[in-house]
Design a binder for this molecule. Structure first.
Ligand code: FAD
Length: 383
């Protein structure tokens, strides 16, 4: 058993930590969240570091990294904010899915546009009436031979409103029953006629932004179909399996940074003539939190390692996502208690952590859905 990282992975982590300090420290991430703006130089800087080609195989034009490298970067970016981590993994992972399932032309698009950082991808799966029950999606794509005619509405599409973004859209090309059949993945250009994107006002996650996507008689060329027609559910699952593990890096980084921030406060803030961190009530709570974060990290690294070995990790990925997201929420909650009035001020980074953390157990599959998956792997049928 080896819990260590390679020299290259250690170097990657150090580079990512420096990058966050220079380009998007947490105090600035808070401001960009308030301004609903992407940190200037963020995408460009990540492209220059070669991060967008990192997870692809060398023979495919990539740098031969994999899930472990992705999660390490996500963790460091997450120290700025989870949203900042999503500016990397959220827009890149659908590109990996398209590359894995795509045609030669689609692979060329990923190589030339996504690996170079010129283009990003957003995922449009959820709809007004289908979130956890994703396979109940209704957006229809009529097969018209050389094209599909798409009509429907998508919700919560993260990053769809940014320039240079293609929307990986899950649509219904077959009957609604059985619901997992008849789903397909189409690449949709947000500038196409009939596409309208509206930003959804939210409590946080304003950097990439979440959007409604309205699709009215949108003509999508057949060559934009990714993977087999009507078998898009399998494509979606492969995206989700990778996504839930890697985004957990973002939760871990954010949770650890939240703990580091409350520790710094607890060591310098005095009450009754001593630092508040020396009160056992707070010291033990923070010690417990570090145990939780380390447990979450071990679960996440195990899942990333399994993925890197090409082994199934549905159950382990759900455990990692569940624990990582719940730990970020717990960290922010404790941070507010430790920093007390100072945390409650909206000028504090802690208030930003609190605002941002609360959706961790919802987006990317809720905690209940992760528990369902784990329970199913234990032979329990859940509803
Ligand atoms: C910030 C943010 C970003 C997002 N980004 C994207 C994106 O980029 N692309 C995209 O397609 N979607 C995105 N989503 C949507 C996200 O995946 C859904 O919000 C999530 O899957 C939950 O769906 P829902 O909100 O419709 O809740 P619902 O599915 O309506 O669930 C409501 C409640 O019921 C519970 N529940 C539902 N079914 C079960 C069950 N079987 N067992 C137990 N409990 C259950 C849920 O856990 C929840 O507590 C995003 C959401 C948010 C908030």
């Amino acid at each position: 058993m080896d819990f260590g990282l390679t020299d290259e992975q250690e170097m990657l982590r150090a580079t990512a930590r420096e990058f966050v300090a220079e380009v998007c420290p947490a105090e600035r991430a808070k401001e960009w969240d308030e301004e609903s703006a992407v940190p200037p130089g963020l995408f460009k800087g990540m492209a220059e570091l070669g991060w967008f080609s990192l997870p692809f195989a060398e023979e495919d034009g990539g740098d031969g990294g994999g899930p472990v490298e992705l999660i390490l970067i996500a963790e460091e970016l997450g120290r700025a904010s989870f949203d900042v981590a999503m500016c990397y993994v959220g827009v890149l992972i659908p590109g990996i899915t398209v590359f894995d399932w795509g045609t030669a032309a689609q692979r060329a698009f990923i190589r030339e546009q996504v690996m170079t950082g010129r283009q990003r991808l957003a995922v449009a799966l959820s709809e007004p009436d289908s979130g956890s029950d994703a396979a109940a999606l209704r957006t229809s794509a009529q097969d018209r031979g050389d094209h599909f005619l798409v009509n429907g509405q998508k919700m919560w599409c993260t990053g769809a409103g940014l320039p240079d973004t293609t929307i990986a859209t899950y649509v219904r090309t077959g009957p609604r029953e059985p619901k997992h059949e008849g789903i397909s993945l189409l690449l949709i250009d947000p500038r196409a006629d009939g596409v309208e994107i509206r930003r959804t006002p939210t409590l946080a996650r304003h950097i990439l932004g979440t959007n409604e996507v309205f699709l009215a008689d949108v003509v999508v060329p057949r060559e934009n179909l990714v993977g087999p027609q009507d078998k898009g559910w399998s494509v979606m699952l492969s995206n989700l399996e990778l996504e839930k593990v890697i985004i957990t890096g973002g939760y871990l980084g954010a949770a650890q940074a939240t703990l580091d921030e409350m520790l710094a406060f607890a060591k310098t803030r005095h009450a009754f003539g001593r630092p508040v961190g020396t009160f056992q009530a707070l010291a033990h709570a923070m010690a417990d939190l570090q145990v939780e974060i380390d447990s979450a990290r071990l679960l996440a690294y195990r899942a990333a390692w399994l993925l890197a070995q090409g082994k199934p990790c549905g159950r382990e990925g759900s455990m990692a996502k569940l624990k990582g997201s719940e730990t970020y929420v717990a960290a922010a909650r404790l941070g507010m208690q430790v920093c007390a009035g100072h945390g409650f001020s909206t000028e504090s980074v802690m208030s930003f952590r609190y605002r941002e953390s609360i959706v961790a157990t919802i987006s990317g599959g809720t905690s209940q859905i992760q528990r369902n998956g784990i329970a199913r792997s234990m032979g329990l049928r859940t509803y």
